[in-house]
Design a protein around this ligand. Structure first.
Ligand SMILES: NC(=O)c1ccc[n+]([C@@H]2O[C@H](COP(=O)([O-])OP(=O)(O)OC[C@H]3O[C@@H](n4cnc5c(N)ncnc54)[C@H](O)[C@@H]3O)[C@@H](O)[C@H]2O)c1
Length: 429
């Protein structure tokens, strides 16, 4: 007989909430999930995953008996002490994080000495202190508070939940922190138990550092283009230094997604709000914006004016293995191409539905080969495995022009050139 595991509540069933729910169900907990989106809750009750995330649907099916979905908080409050908060914290126009969903949850939880809010949503450093102040003012000081930031990567989120590099728990040294530590114990991950503010900052600083690494290598790539060095070789040489490491040193057409752009901006604004100008992050953001647009200049270099030129985008999602389109480079690219009068086709194996609601004026093809028909140029935007296995001779026969821009430095230049096509990577001499 296994040891009985702590039941939990999860508020917000997006990428983070659902993966957290499914992960803790796998570890043996009953999980009471709450979301304000009634249609999403209905789909989840039918056993459907509303997002594409490898391994998630299988876990939802396997643990259907342990996972409960509702639009109502009551049952979660009755059954669980720990309420994991995983609602969205999107950017506002000012770049600050929009905490309205977090505050809505805080408002909805009644006074209690038996419950804890466990913050999984990424929030600015200082949010936990502010929430605890508000709870005190409203006679809800009995609610415990824990910061437990999430580091999962979309596309491998289930795997990341089960094998985290570390678990960070920021708390006030009370029962709730102990209970969260206990919940994660079976994963045997290194534990960073600290205060709430430091835990909040670990999350923001980690994302800002990774984004900085990407913008750094992208700038090196841009200099490589002027100096005939190959950034892939440069990154290989750098990455073998274990003080540097090889991850996040792949030059490309910029980072996107629901986290990096928003968290880097939020940290920059957080610093600014407290009177500190975070110069490095200002540059990281600007480099990333320019990087997305440099593809247009590459297309123009080969094709001249883009009016009436047929350009194919291979991939739309911000990275492979997800249908998440938030801040994807394809959004900027397709808008710029449209503005320049190009005729744009695109194919993505899973993100088409998401993309249709965000991008207008492009043709959604049914397959990669269909998207390439009569193209003057093709841009690899998302390095889905199926694009890396394309038969470039077949591609060459299907295209009208010859230009292949490898926006992720993921293709084999020799295979592309061997098919009689013109290969342009990012920073490849
Ligand atoms: N997506 C990631 O890769 C990732 C990784 C680490 C951390 N985070 C952070 O986790 C948080 C959630 O991100 P996500 O990508 O899962 O967001 P998401 O937009 O996919 O999901 C948020 C969910 O919360 C629900 N919601 C909103 N208000 C609610 C309320 N008052 N009560 C109940 N449900 C409510 C929404 O309907 C939605 O289903 C964000 O702060 C994000 O920065 C995300």
């Amino acid at each position: 007989m296994g040891v009985e595991r702590e039941p939990i509540g999860v508020i917000g069933t997006g990428y983070v909430g659902l993966v957290t729910a499914a992960g803790f169900a796998e570890l043996g907990s009953e999980v009471w999930c709450v979301d304000i989106d009634a249609a999403k809750v209905e789909r989840l009750r039918r056993g459907e995953a509303p997002i594409y995330e490898p391994g998630l649907e299988a876990l939802l099916t396997k643990h259907a008996g342990r996972l409960h979905f509702s639009t109502d908080l009551d049952e979660a409050l009755q059954r669980a002490r720990l309420l994991f908060v995983a609602v969205g914290t999107p950017p506002t126009y000012s770049g600050d994080a929009d905490l309205s969903a977090v505050h809505a949850v805080v408002d909805a939880i009644p006074a209690s000495d038996e419950h804890a809010l466990v913050m999984k949503s990424t929030v600015p450093c200082g949010t936990g202190a502010a929430i605890q102040r508000v709870l005190g003012e409203r006679g809800k000081a009995g609610l415990a508070y824990v910061s437990c930031p999430e580091f999962l990567k979309e596309g491998s989120a289930v795997e990341d939940f089960m094998h985290p590099d570390r678990v960070v728990v920021g708390d006030n040294g009370d029962w709730a922190g102990d209970a969260v530590v206990e919940l994660y114990a079976p994963l045997n991950a290194p534990l960073v138990r600290t205060d709430v503010a430091s835990a909040e900052m670990v999350k923001l600083a980690s994302n800002a550092f990774l984004a900085t690494k990407i913008s750094f290598i992208n700038e090196i790539a841009n200099v490589c283009e002027e100096t005939h060095a190959d950034v892939v070789e440069v990154a290989r040489g750098m990455g073998l230094d274990d003080r540097i490491g090889s991850k996040f040193l792949q030059a490309g057409i910029g980072f996107g997604g629901s986290c990096f752009p928003k968290d880097v901006n939020a940290l920059k604004q957080l610093a600014g709000n407290s009177g500190y100008h975070f110069q490095l992050l200002t540059a990281v953001i600007e480099v990333n914006e320019l990087q997305k647009r440099r593809v247009i200049a590459k297309l123009q270099k080969h094709l001249g004016a883009l009016v009436g030129k047929r350009v194919t985008l291979l991939g739309l999602a911000f990275k492979p293995n997800t249908d998440d389109m938030r801040e994807a480079s394809s959004l900027v690219l397709s808008a710029r191409l449209n503005a320049d009068g190009a005729i744009v086709s695109a194919y993505d194996p899973v993100a088409e539905n998401e993309a249709r609601s965000l991008i207008s004026g492009l043709r959604f093809a049914e397959s990669a080969m269909d998207s390439l028909l009569d193209a003057d140029a093709v841009v690899l935007v998302t390095e889905w495995p199926e694009f890396l296995e394309l038969d470039w001779r077949e591609v060459a026969a299907s295209m009208k022009g010859k230009l292949v821009i490898d926006g992720r430095n993921a293709l084999d230049p020799d295979a592309v050139r061997g098919a009689g096509l013109v290969y342009e990577g990012i920073g490849r001499g």
